[in-house]
Design a protein around this ligand. Structure first.
Ligand code: TXA
Ligand code: MG
Length: 352
């Protein structure tokens, strides 16, 4: 299949004709990659089981992993779900459109092919204007996982999508780099107390402010223990994995820098290609290795924005080991550290 690439020159003034073909492809059961404010999505008609199946094939993803249905207006939610609990109504009001996905009991309209066989469905209303317009023109809810090959970091630019998906999908809508850079927060609202299944840019602190009490799926906080099953099936896979062996170093900053330099020298001495992930604040402290700043430590949203691009760049450069600084686990740092510890296979060194 030849993939067509459509560039949106000005996302503030999207021309209808730029999205017409993509909307028709979605309606007719084909695949379209498109930008959202979190990461690029790989879209298909969420109500068409055969279309959902194509997503799994294109990604090389296990088909027990359920998909998020994306909508463009609040009125599109009701047909997809059994009920809209009170907590969900509060969250919709506060955070939709935006980087928040909620898990509902599904209605009969949503096929099991989209939900991985579950009785629940994940729904999100993105804020990105291209995503919104495309979904609205397609006139169907759009199932969309991140538009990467399974096991690769999620794509935050159209080039990332092209690397993974060229030849596998009908159309790629190029809307430039995304804003946030990490996947949406997922909250399960089907139970007594809303539970975070995946941390994101809508932080636990923000959710608590709206809801009072929220819980967090224990599978998020550490390596999965025997017998603990994450509630978001996708969280069980070793996601976001760079090809290199990655180690996170945490502790007091000066000691962290010293430890990373020591570890890097040692690995280079063994002839290995070494990547270092630092921040603008510490960039000058690393004399050797392939050094990349991931953003400004004092502005953590810049770190979220660049994380996946840096991991992909190290893949492209053939890094064999990566040593990375780490971040405090609160606010958006909770999402950053969730992705980073997974990328590192939970390999963390604490220096004193
Ligand atoms: O930001 C995002 O959410 C992006 C953009 C494209 O919207 N999408 C995304 O999709 O990250 P994906 O498929 O890569 O991740 C979806 C996650 C998986 O971990 C999946 O297991 C979980 O959502 N999920 C989906 N439906 C679920 C359900 N019914 N119950 C529990 N978890 C669910
Ligand atoms: Mg994904």
């Amino acid at each position: 299949m030849e993939t067509k690439r459509v560039k949106i020159e000005d996302p503030e003034h999207i021309r209808q004709e730029d999205l017409e073909e993509a909307a028709a492809v979605l309606r007719n059961g084909g695949l379209v990659a498109f930008p959202t404010e979190t990461v690029y999505g790989l879209g298909a008609n969420a109500l068409d089981e055969k279309a959902a199946k194509k997503i799994y094939e294109a990604k090389g993803r296990p088909s027990d992993n359920p998909l998020i249905a994306h909508i463009s207006g609040l009125e599109e939610l009701a047909p997809l779900v059994e009920e809209i609990p009170e907590a969900a109504q509060k969250l919709m009001k506060e955070f939709w459109p935006g980087p928040l996905t909620m898990i509902f009991r599904k209605s009969g309209l949503v096929p099991y092919g989209t939900t991985g066989g579950l009785e629940t469905v994940a729904v999100r209303m993105p804020s990105d204007p291209i995503a919104r317009k495309l979904i609205s023109m397609a006139n169907v809810p759009v199932a969309a996982p991140s538009a990467n090959l399974s096991g690769r970091p999620s794509p935050t630019t159209a080039d990332h999508v092209w690397q993974d998906m060229a030849g596998r999908i009908e159309i790629l809508i190029d809307g430039g780099p995304v804003g946030i850079g990490l996947e949406s927060t997922i909250v399960d609202v089907t139970g007594e107390i809303p539970t975070i299944l995946r941390p994101g840019a809508v932080t636990m602190e923000m959710l608590e402010e709206t809801l009072g009490r929220v819980e967090i799926d224990p599978a998020i906080l550490g390596p999965m223990k025997e017998g603990i099953k994450p509630k978001a099936p996708g969280m069980k896979y070793r996601h976001y994995a760079p090809k290199a062996d990655m180690t996170l170093v945490e502790g007091e900053m000066e000691q962290v820098v010293r430890a990373i330099n020591r570890l890097a020298r040692q690995a280079m001495g063994e002839g290995k290609k070494v990547g270092i992930i630092c921040t603008d604040e510490t960039r000058a402290c690393y004399p050797a290795g392939i050094v990349r700043s991931i953003g400004i430590r004092a502005e953590e949203e810049t770190v979220a924005h660049n994380l996946y691009a840096v991991l992909r760049e190290f893949d492209d450069l053939g890094a064999e080991v990566i040593y990375s600084e780490s971040f405090p686990g609160d606010q958006i740092g909770q999402a950053i550290m969730n992705r980073m510890t997974k990328a590192a296979g939970y390999h963390i060194i604490h220096v004193l």
